[in-house]
Design a protein. Sequence first.
Length: 280
Amino acid sequence: MDWLQALLMGIFQGLTEYLPVSSSGHLALAGELLGVEDPDAIMPFTIVVHVATVLSTLVILWKEIVWLFIGACKHGKDFIPSRYGITRLNDEQNYLLCIIISMIPIAIVGFFFKDFVEEQFHSLMVVGICLLVTASLLAFSYFSKPREKEHISMVDAFIIGIAQAIAVLPGLSRSGSTIGTGLILGNKKEKLAQFSFLMVIPPILGEALLNVKEMLEVGFEQAMVGITPMTLVVGFFAAFITGCLACKWMISLVKRGKMIWFAIYCAIVGSATIIWQLCV
């Protein structure tokens, strides 16, 4: 991988991680078009660009994150029963609990279906089909008009988590699936983008740690074959800068209800990918 490939792949990662067009699907397509190796062979680069997108989330949503951590240390006003008596939960603690609940489905997929998911990344036909599914979900969420709820409930958080778990397939947008599902459930647009971006931080960091473990098992020198420090630096900053821009832009787009344009885009790219694979 040269520095130009690293720059373009970093830009693709940063943009598509937040925009509802599937980062995994676009990285697979970009890798094919740019002649980049199998992602398994460039694991250090994959780890670096994913960490960069997490950092961009922390930068854009730092006020919300500080609010959550400060609120988590305060006494609550709501009561829920527990085996140890009555536990007090405030708004911030409830929000954190919803994030934890949303992580359960993707943790199950990561532990039990990791090999199956990784096999799908070798098929651009799967990418094309999943992009069409993403387009359908975005279009349906745009035209559905359920009654809006004030808060994201724990049940909704779990259902949104299921959408995130299914979206590990290449071509299914994680942000599109989680935000689209939340809109269909009647959650407010203003809160969904923020929740969607915060709930993905632990899974991305967890996946990065697993990749680091695999990289250490095969040996650092072997894992760095074809990768230079320059490509890692270029990829990191490309993903971080574009990630900051895309995260802020996506929050604004969700608030204004402009998701239908991404549905049209995913439908076009998905159809083109399927036609391309049928013709080769």
